[in-house]
Design a protein around this ligand. Structure first.
Ligand code: ATP
Ligand code: MG
Length: 312
Protein backbone atom coordinates (compact mmCIF):
# COMPACT_ATOMS: atom_id res chain seq x y z
CA UNK A 1 0.00 0.00 0.00
CA UNK A 2 1.38 3.42 -0.96
CA UNK A 3 1.42 5.89 1.96
CA UNK A 4 -0.61 9.08 1.70
CA UNK A 5 0.65 12.63 2.07
CA UNK A 6 -0.01 12.58 5.84
CA UNK A 7 -0.47 10.00 8.58
CA UNK A 8 -3.61 8.32 7.16
CA UNK A 9 -2.98 5.30 4.92
CA UNK A 10 -4.96 6.81 2.00
CA UNK A 11 -5.31 10.27 0.50
CA UNK A 12 -8.70 9.54 -1.10
CA UNK A 13 -11.50 7.04 -0.67
CA UNK A 14 -14.02 6.78 -3.52
CA UNK A 15 -17.12 4.65 -4.10
CA UNK A 16 -16.84 2.83 -7.41
CA UNK A 17 -19.63 2.84 -10.01
CA UNK A 18 -18.02 -0.31 -11.42
CA UNK A 19 -18.88 -1.16 -15.03
CA UNK A 20 -17.27 -1.78 -18.39
CA UNK A 21 -17.87 0.15 -21.61
CA UNK A 22 -18.18 -1.73 -24.89
CA UNK A 23 -17.97 0.86 -27.65
CA UNK A 24 -19.00 -0.36 -31.12
CA UNK A 25 -18.33 2.17 -33.85
CA UNK A 26 -19.14 2.53 -37.52
CA UNK A 27 -20.27 5.12 -40.08
CA UNK A 28 -23.69 3.44 -39.86
CA UNK A 29 -24.15 1.83 -36.48
CA UNK A 30 -27.95 1.46 -36.43
CA UNK A 31 -28.86 -2.14 -35.57
CA UNK A 32 -31.14 -3.93 -37.99
CA UNK A 33 -33.71 -6.24 -36.44
CA UNK A 34 -35.12 -9.33 -38.18
CA UNK A 35 -31.93 -11.27 -37.33
CA UNK A 36 -29.80 -9.32 -39.82
CA UNK A 37 -26.08 -9.43 -39.08
CA UNK A 38 -24.19 -6.21 -39.63
CA UNK A 39 -20.40 -5.84 -39.64
CA UNK A 40 -18.98 -2.85 -37.73
CA UNK A 41 -15.60 -1.23 -38.31
CA UNK A 42 -14.31 -1.02 -34.73
CA UNK A 43 -14.78 -1.69 -31.05
CA UNK A 44 -13.17 -0.92 -27.68
CA UNK A 45 -13.75 -2.69 -24.40
CA UNK A 46 -12.52 -0.96 -21.25
CA UNK A 47 -13.30 -0.08 -17.67
CA UNK A 48 -15.98 2.59 -17.44
CA UNK A 49 -17.65 4.37 -14.52
CA UNK A 50 -16.89 7.97 -13.60
CA UNK A 51 -15.62 7.13 -10.15
CA UNK A 52 -13.41 4.31 -11.43
CA UNK A 53 -11.93 6.61 -14.10
CA UNK A 54 -11.46 9.28 -11.42
CA UNK A 55 -9.70 6.78 -9.13
CA UNK A 56 -7.33 5.65 -11.91
CA UNK A 57 -6.40 9.27 -12.72
CA UNK A 58 -5.89 10.22 -9.07
CA UNK A 59 -3.58 7.24 -8.52
CA UNK A 60 -1.62 7.99 -11.72
CA UNK A 61 -1.02 11.48 -10.27
CA UNK A 62 0.58 9.93 -7.20
CA UNK A 63 -2.28 10.01 -4.70
CA UNK A 64 -2.93 6.90 -2.65
CA UNK A 65 -6.49 5.91 -3.54
CA UNK A 66 -8.79 3.30 -1.98
CA UNK A 67 -11.74 2.29 -4.13
CA UNK A 68 -14.69 0.67 -2.42
CA UNK A 69 -16.87 -1.23 -4.86
CA UNK A 70 -18.54 -4.47 -5.84
CA UNK A 71 -17.97 -6.45 -9.03
CA UNK A 72 -19.45 -9.69 -10.31
CA UNK A 73 -17.39 -12.89 -10.23
CA UNK A 74 -16.86 -12.65 -13.99
CA UNK A 75 -14.28 -11.60 -16.55
CA UNK A 76 -15.54 -7.98 -16.69
CA UNK A 77 -15.12 -7.74 -12.92
CA UNK A 78 -11.56 -9.01 -13.28
CA UNK A 79 -10.89 -6.50 -16.08
CA UNK A 80 -11.97 -3.68 -13.73
CA UNK A 81 -9.78 -4.88 -10.86
CA UNK A 82 -6.76 -5.34 -13.17
CA UNK A 83 -7.22 -1.89 -14.72
CA UNK A 84 -7.50 -0.18 -11.34
CA UNK A 85 -4.46 -2.05 -10.02
CA UNK A 86 -2.31 -1.19 -12.98
CA UNK A 87 -3.14 2.48 -12.42
CA UNK A 88 -2.03 2.09 -8.79
CA UNK A 89 -5.46 2.08 -7.09
CA UNK A 90 -5.82 -0.05 -3.94
CA UNK A 91 -8.54 -2.64 -4.72
CA UNK A 92 -8.51 -4.52 -1.39
CA UNK A 93 -12.02 -3.15 -0.74
CA UNK A 94 -13.44 -4.23 -4.09
CA UNK A 95 -15.82 -7.04 -3.13
CA UNK A 96 -16.25 -9.87 -5.64
CA UNK A 97 -19.95 -10.68 -5.30
CA UNK A 98 -21.09 -13.86 -7.04
CA UNK A 99 -24.75 -12.78 -6.80
CA UNK A 100 -24.07 -9.87 -9.17
CA UNK A 101 -23.16 -9.39 -12.80
CA UNK A 102 -20.64 -6.65 -13.50
CA UNK A 103 -22.36 -3.63 -15.06
CA UNK A 104 -21.95 -2.89 -18.76
CA UNK A 105 -22.79 -0.05 -21.11
CA UNK A 106 -22.88 -0.83 -24.82
CA UNK A 107 -22.20 2.35 -26.78
CA UNK A 108 -23.24 2.50 -30.44
CA UNK A 109 -20.98 5.26 -31.73
CA UNK A 110 -21.41 7.01 -35.07
CA UNK A 111 -19.65 10.29 -35.98
CA UNK A 112 -19.99 12.59 -32.94
CA UNK A 113 -23.09 10.89 -31.62
CA UNK A 114 -23.81 7.71 -29.71
CA UNK A 115 -26.64 5.66 -28.23
CA UNK A 116 -26.09 3.81 -24.96
CA UNK A 117 -27.65 0.66 -23.51
CA UNK A 118 -26.82 -0.03 -19.85
CA UNK A 119 -27.22 -3.05 -17.58
CA UNK A 120 -26.33 -1.56 -14.15
CA UNK A 121 -25.54 -4.76 -12.16
CA UNK A 122 -22.55 -3.98 -9.94
CA UNK A 123 -22.64 -0.27 -10.88
CA UNK A 124 -25.26 0.59 -8.24
CA UNK A 125 -24.76 -2.35 -5.88
CA UNK A 126 -22.86 -0.58 -3.09
CA UNK A 127 -24.97 0.34 -0.06
CA UNK A 128 -24.31 2.62 2.89
CA UNK A 129 -23.56 -0.47 5.00
CA UNK A 130 -20.46 -1.04 2.82
CA UNK A 131 -19.17 2.44 3.66
CA UNK A 132 -18.06 1.65 7.21
CA UNK A 133 -16.43 4.15 9.57
CA UNK A 134 -13.23 2.10 9.32
CA UNK A 135 -13.10 2.59 5.55
CA UNK A 136 -13.95 6.29 5.71
CA UNK A 137 -11.48 6.99 8.52
CA UNK A 138 -8.63 5.44 6.54
CA UNK A 139 -8.49 8.44 4.16
CA UNK A 140 -8.00 12.20 4.38
CA UNK A 141 -10.56 12.91 1.68
CA UNK A 142 -13.81 11.43 0.32
CA UNK A 143 -14.61 12.02 -3.33
CA UNK A 144 -18.28 11.28 -3.98
CA UNK A 145 -19.21 10.86 -7.64
CA UNK A 146 -22.01 9.57 -9.88
CA UNK A 147 -24.53 10.58 -7.26
CA UNK A 148 -27.68 9.72 -9.20
CA UNK A 149 -26.38 6.48 -10.71
CA UNK A 150 -25.18 4.89 -7.47
CA UNK A 151 -28.75 4.24 -6.38
CA UNK A 152 -27.81 1.70 -3.69
CA UNK A 153 -26.07 4.48 -1.75
CA UNK A 154 -28.71 7.16 -2.36
CA UNK A 155 -31.11 6.44 0.53
CA UNK A 156 -28.33 7.21 3.04
CA UNK A 157 -25.83 9.26 1.06
CA UNK A 158 -26.14 12.37 3.23
CA UNK A 159 -25.55 10.32 6.35
CA UNK A 160 -22.32 9.04 4.74
CA UNK A 161 -21.17 12.62 4.10
CA UNK A 162 -22.06 13.59 7.64
CA UNK A 163 -20.04 10.66 9.01
CA UNK A 164 -17.09 11.47 6.77
CA UNK A 165 -17.01 15.03 8.11
CA UNK A 166 -17.29 13.80 11.70
CA UNK A 167 -14.33 11.49 11.04
CA UNK A 168 -12.26 14.47 9.86
CA UNK A 169 -12.29 13.97 6.07
CA UNK A 170 -12.67 16.73 3.55
CA UNK A 171 -15.35 15.96 0.93
CA UNK A 172 -15.73 16.71 -2.77
CA UNK A 173 -18.81 16.04 -4.90
CA UNK A 174 -19.24 15.62 -8.65
CA UNK A 175 -22.88 14.61 -9.07
CA UNK A 176 -22.60 14.16 -12.84
CA UNK A 177 -25.87 14.07 -14.79
CA UNK A 178 -29.18 12.96 -13.23
CA UNK A 179 -30.75 10.53 -15.73
CA UNK A 180 -34.15 11.09 -14.05
CA UNK A 181 -33.56 14.88 -14.41
CA UNK A 182 -34.97 15.49 -10.95
CA UNK A 183 -31.73 16.89 -9.46
CA UNK A 184 -32.83 16.37 -5.89
CA UNK A 185 -32.13 13.59 -3.35
CA UNK A 186 -31.45 16.27 -0.73
CA UNK A 187 -28.69 17.92 -2.76
CA UNK A 188 -29.10 21.35 -1.13
CA UNK A 189 -28.98 19.85 2.38
CA UNK A 190 -25.89 17.84 1.44
CA UNK A 191 -24.02 21.04 0.56
CA UNK A 192 -23.48 21.59 4.32
CA UNK A 193 -20.95 18.75 4.19
CA UNK A 194 -19.19 19.60 0.90
CA UNK A 195 -15.80 21.30 0.72
CA UNK A 196 -15.36 21.18 -3.07
CA UNK A 197 -18.26 21.04 -5.56
CA UNK A 198 -17.32 20.13 -9.16
CA UNK A 199 -20.26 20.47 -11.57
CA UNK A 200 -20.22 21.38 -15.24
CA UNK A 201 -22.22 24.44 -16.33
CA UNK A 202 -25.44 22.58 -17.15
CA UNK A 203 -25.29 20.58 -13.92
CA UNK A 204 -24.71 23.79 -11.92
CA UNK A 205 -27.93 25.24 -13.31
CA UNK A 206 -30.01 22.11 -12.72
CA UNK A 207 -28.63 21.50 -9.22
CA UNK A 208 -29.21 25.07 -8.09
CA UNK A 209 -32.65 25.23 -9.70
CA UNK A 210 -31.65 28.50 -11.43
CA UNK A 211 -32.48 29.06 -15.09
CA UNK A 212 -29.35 31.00 -16.00
CA UNK A 213 -25.68 30.31 -15.28
CA UNK A 214 -24.78 33.59 -13.47
CA UNK A 215 -27.52 33.12 -10.88
CA UNK A 216 -26.65 29.44 -10.51
CA UNK A 217 -23.03 30.39 -9.79
CA UNK A 218 -23.82 33.19 -7.38
CA UNK A 219 -26.12 30.84 -5.48
CA UNK A 220 -23.77 27.83 -5.35
CA UNK A 221 -20.65 29.82 -4.43
CA UNK A 222 -22.41 30.99 -1.28
CA UNK A 223 -23.22 27.38 -0.30
CA UNK A 224 -19.76 25.74 -0.48
CA UNK A 225 -16.24 26.93 0.39
CA UNK A 226 -14.90 25.99 -3.07
CA UNK A 227 -16.91 25.83 -6.29
CA UNK A 228 -15.22 24.57 -9.47
CA UNK A 229 -17.18 24.77 -12.73
CA UNK A 230 -16.15 22.79 -15.82
CA UNK A 231 -16.75 24.31 -19.26
CA UNK A 232 -15.45 21.65 -21.69
CA UNK A 233 -13.40 23.35 -24.47
CA UNK A 234 -13.70 26.71 -22.67
CA UNK A 235 -11.72 25.40 -19.66
CA UNK A 236 -12.95 25.99 -16.13
CA UNK A 237 -13.30 28.53 -13.36
CA UNK A 238 -13.41 28.41 -9.58
CA UNK A 239 -14.69 30.50 -6.70
CA UNK A 240 -12.87 30.29 -3.38
CA UNK A 241 -14.20 32.50 -0.57
CA UNK A 242 -15.24 35.36 -2.85
CA UNK A 243 -12.21 35.12 -5.13
CA UNK A 244 -12.52 33.94 -8.74
CA UNK A 245 -9.85 32.10 -10.77
CA UNK A 246 -10.11 31.04 -14.38
CA UNK A 247 -8.23 28.67 -16.68
CA UNK A 248 -8.51 28.54 -20.48
CA UNK A 249 -7.48 25.45 -22.48
CA UNK A 250 -6.09 24.79 -25.94
CA UNK A 251 -8.59 22.85 -28.08
CA UNK A 252 -8.33 19.09 -27.63
CA UNK A 253 -6.74 17.12 -30.45
CA UNK A 254 -9.22 15.86 -33.05
CA UNK A 255 -10.40 12.26 -32.80
CA UNK A 256 -11.08 12.39 -29.05
CA UNK A 257 -14.50 11.45 -27.71
CA UNK A 258 -14.53 13.45 -24.43
CA UNK A 259 -15.33 10.34 -22.33
CA UNK A 260 -13.90 10.74 -18.81
CA UNK A 261 -12.57 14.29 -19.27
CA UNK A 262 -14.60 15.63 -16.35
CA UNK A 263 -13.57 12.80 -14.02
CA UNK A 264 -9.89 13.17 -14.86
CA UNK A 265 -10.24 16.94 -14.40
CA UNK A 266 -11.62 16.30 -10.88
CA UNK A 267 -8.66 14.06 -10.04
CA UNK A 268 -6.18 16.65 -11.33
CA UNK A 269 -7.83 19.41 -9.33
CA UNK A 270 -7.81 17.39 -6.10
CA UNK A 271 -4.19 16.29 -6.63
CA UNK A 272 -3.28 19.98 -6.48
CA UNK A 273 -5.71 20.90 -3.73
CA UNK A 274 -4.67 18.04 -1.42
CA UNK A 275 -1.06 19.18 -1.88
CA UNK A 276 -2.03 22.73 -0.80
CA UNK A 277 -1.11 24.21 -4.18
CA UNK A 278 -2.54 27.64 -5.14
CA UNK A 279 -6.03 27.66 -6.67
CA UNK A 280 -4.72 28.74 -10.10
CA UNK A 281 -2.26 25.82 -10.13
CA UNK A 282 -4.99 23.34 -9.15
CA UNK A 283 -7.11 24.58 -12.07
CA UNK A 284 -4.18 24.39 -14.47
CA UNK A 285 -3.40 20.77 -13.49
CA UNK A 286 -7.09 19.88 -13.74
CA UNK A 287 -7.41 21.33 -17.25
CA UNK A 288 -4.20 19.64 -18.37
CA UNK A 289 -5.65 16.28 -17.24
CA UNK A 290 -9.11 16.98 -18.73
CA UNK A 291 -7.73 18.11 -22.09
CA UNK A 292 -5.41 15.08 -22.39
CA UNK A 293 -8.35 12.73 -21.90
CA UNK A 294 -10.61 14.78 -24.21
CA UNK A 295 -7.93 14.34 -26.89
CA UNK A 296 -8.09 10.53 -26.81
CA UNK A 297 -10.67 7.77 -27.17
CA UNK A 298 -12.12 6.27 -23.99
CA UNK A 299 -11.53 7.59 -20.50
CA UNK A 300 -8.27 5.90 -19.58
CA UNK A 301 -5.60 5.53 -22.20
CA UNK A 302 -4.65 9.18 -22.55
CA UNK A 303 -4.68 9.96 -18.82
CA UNK A 304 -1.52 11.74 -17.67
CA UNK A 305 0.90 10.50 -15.02
CA UNK A 306 2.52 12.50 -12.22
CA UNK A 307 5.74 12.87 -14.22
CA UNK A 308 3.79 14.64 -17.02
CA UNK A 309 2.77 17.46 -14.65
CA UNK A 310 5.54 19.87 -13.77
CA UNK A 311 3.54 21.45 -10.91
CA UNK A 312 3.38 18.12 -9.06
N1 ATP B 1 -12.86 19.77 -26.35
C1 ATP B 1 -12.03 20.04 -25.34
N2 ATP B 1 -10.87 20.73 -25.58
C2 ATP B 1 -10.01 20.99 -24.58
N3 ATP B 1 -10.22 20.64 -23.29
C3 ATP B 1 -11.34 19.98 -23.00
C4 ATP B 1 -12.30 19.63 -24.00
N4 ATP B 1 -13.33 18.96 -23.40
C5 ATP B 1 -12.99 18.90 -22.08
N5 ATP B 1 -11.82 19.50 -21.83
C6 ATP B 1 -11.14 19.64 -20.53
O1 ATP B 1 -11.72 18.76 -19.58
C7 ATP B 1 -12.38 19.51 -18.56
C8 ATP B 1 -13.65 18.84 -18.13
O2 ATP B 1 -14.47 18.60 -19.25
P1 ATP B 1 -16.05 18.84 -19.25
O3 ATP B 1 -16.31 20.29 -19.03
O4 ATP B 1 -16.57 18.21 -20.48
O5 ATP B 1 -16.49 18.04 -17.92
P2 ATP B 1 -17.80 17.17 -17.67
O6 ATP B 1 -18.95 17.82 -18.35
O7 ATP B 1 -17.87 16.92 -16.21
O8 ATP B 1 -17.39 15.84 -18.44
P3 ATP B 1 -17.87 14.32 -18.25
O9 ATP B 1 -18.76 14.09 -19.41
O10 ATP B 1 -16.60 13.54 -18.32
O11 ATP B 1 -18.56 14.22 -16.93
C9 ATP B 1 -12.58 20.92 -19.12
O12 ATP B 1 -12.59 21.86 -18.06
C10 ATP B 1 -11.33 21.05 -19.99
O13 ATP B 1 -10.23 21.38 -19.19
MG1 MG C 1 -18.94 15.31 -15.36
Amino acid sequence: MRMSLDDKPYDIVVFGDTCVDLILSDKDIKPQFGQAEKIVSGYELEMGGSCCIFAAQAAKLGLSVRLLGRVGDDSYGRLIIDTLRSAGVDTESVIVDSTLKTGITVHLAQDDDRAMLTYPGSLNALTAADATDEILASARHLHYGSLYLQTGLLPRWIEILERAKRLGLSVSLDTNWDPQEEWDQGFLRALNYIDVLLPNEQEAQHLSGRSDLPSAISFLREQVPLLVVKQAEAGAFAWLRGRRARQAVMPAESGGDGVGAGDSFDAGFLAGWLSDLPLETCLAIACQCGRAVASGRGGLRSQLWRSDIAAL
